[in-house]
Write a protein that binds this ligand. Structure first.
Ligand code: AMP
Ligand code: MG
Length: 408
């Protein structure tokens, strides 16, 4: 039985990023960039004014003062988007708006508020340093500059820069389409009133939401009954997705068909249990380069397995280089004790908060693996290594931060 770290390694060494494609900018937010991309153009594309004012030759204004203002003849008006048809020669200026191209001959812009604001003539009362309020062609981005970090999620600023350099599409890894199948004859829909022996299907919502929260797309699948033929058909269909997740049906119960059916379909089993609590059963198979995870039916265990193993795998599939949640040390206020001599890793649901520069955590309450309400509060998992059966109150634990820890 692999340890959590071994299980994760067995998964990640088999999962490869989906091939990148050209993605139009409006669809690219949050996808992993596939290439650094070199800009083919410069930004700004031409030298232009950084202010509303007058484009001048700094030399003309060298002697300007309040006592002896310098008068310049205005050649015309340059709005953003317009182009000058005359050069600035000694004694002249263009009225210019922010973003308009600097006319030939001009080297400096006088802000409008430092002038008499004239239409035909303008007066300036102080000299200016040559070159001020001018944005030079290429001063922001030079041609050839690399723009992106491969494997990092595309952010709004990346998309703006790509647009500015004339790249309307970007090579990126696509979102993974993930089939989520919940199995169990006892399950009914959230909108139904359960009959005798029935419970509502929690996993279909929590697991699909976890898939969506890591940027992948949960493909819609109907719930599956514990019946060989139905399950076989559903799994065949599910294998058209980029990854397959099932919940339930992987223990050793009489109706636990997921494992044998997957193997009949040709999936190669890598492991089917991890040495951790809660959880235990977590099947991992590969078929034709696709990862398949058999999650436990128990809703808490299923969510934990998603968090610790499936999420990193889906992120790798989508080309991200950062796969894991932030890790931090925290003080466990209430302490904890488990079974002596347990060789499994224990994951505790905790609420972590920053308090006076320190991260402090408390248990969410009972840690039983069927206590789904512990997930309502938890914003982190405390990882208790094998062999540790006790943490004293105030002892230190390692956290996987599944959400941002709150401030005290
Ligand atoms: P199984 O692995 O199928 O034996 O299921 C283990 C436990 O989890 C049983 O108590 C099931 O009723 C429960 N369970 C299985 N699937 C779900 C689900 N989708 N939503 C809520 N509970 C479930
Ligand atoms: Mg079941």
């Amino acid at each position: 039985m692999p340890s959590p770290a071994e299980a994760l390694a067995l998964i990640l060494e088999r999962v490869a990023p989906l091939p990148p494609r050209q993605v139009p900018l409006p669809e690219a937010l949050g996808l992993a960039a596939a290439e650094a991309l070199a800009s083919e153009e410069q930004v700004p594309p031409f030298t232009n004014s950084a202010m509303d004012g007058y484009a001048v030759r700094a030399e003309d204004l060298a002697a300007a003062s309040t006592a002896q203002p310098i008068r310049l003849r205005v050649l015309g008006d340059l709005a953003a988007g317009a182009t000058p048809d005359q050069a600035v020669v000694p004694g002249t200026a263009w009225r210019i708006m922010t973003g308009a191209p600097l006319p030939e001959g001009a080297d400096t812009v006088v802000p409008v508020e430092d002038t008499t604001r004239g239409q035909d003539w303008v007066e300036v009362r102080a000299p200016l340093r040559r070159g001020v309020h001018v944005r030079h062609a290429g001063e922001d981005i030079q041609a050839g500059r690399s723009l992106l970090v491969p494997g990092r999620a595309l952010r709004p600023g990346d998309l703006g820069v790509l647009a500015a350099v004339g790249m309307p599409a970007v090579p990126a890894h696509p979102r993974a389409r993930v089939a989520v199948l919940t199995t169990g004859d006892e399950l009914v829909d959230a909108s139904e009133r359960p009959g005798p022996g029935q419970i509502r299907d929690a996993n279909i919502h929590s697991i699909r939401a976890q898939v969506a929260a890591c940027g992948a797309i949960p493909a819609p699948f109907p719930r599956v009954r514990d019946d060989r033929a139905t399950l076989t058909a559903a799994l065949r269909e599910a294998l058209t997705a980029d990854a397959v997740l099932t919940t339930g049906g992987i223990s050793v119960g009489d109706y636990d068909f997921v494992k044998p059916i997957l193997e009949e379909l040709g999936a190669r089993r890598v492991f089917w249990k991890v040495a951790q609590k809660p959880g235990g059963p977590l099947g991992f198979w590969m078929l034709g380069g696709k990862p398949i995870f058999g999650l436990p039916g128990n809703p808490v265990a299923a969510m934990l397995m998603m968090e610790e193993y499936v999420r990193p795998a889906l992120r790798r599939l989508m080309g991200f280089s950062a796969l894991h949640r932030p890790v931090a040390e925290a003080v466990l206020e209430d302490g904890w004790h488990g079974k002596a001599g347990d060789r499994r890793t224990t994951f505790l649901r905790v609420v972590a908060r920053h308090d006076g520069g320190q991260l402090r955590a408390r248990l969410t309450g009972p840690q039983g693996s069927a206590i789904l309400s512990s997930m309502l509060e938890a914003n982190a998992l405390a990882v208790i290594p094998p062999g540790v059966d006790r943490v004293e109150p105030g002892g230190t634990v390692t956290l996987h931060l599944t959400e941002l820890a709150e401030d005290h």
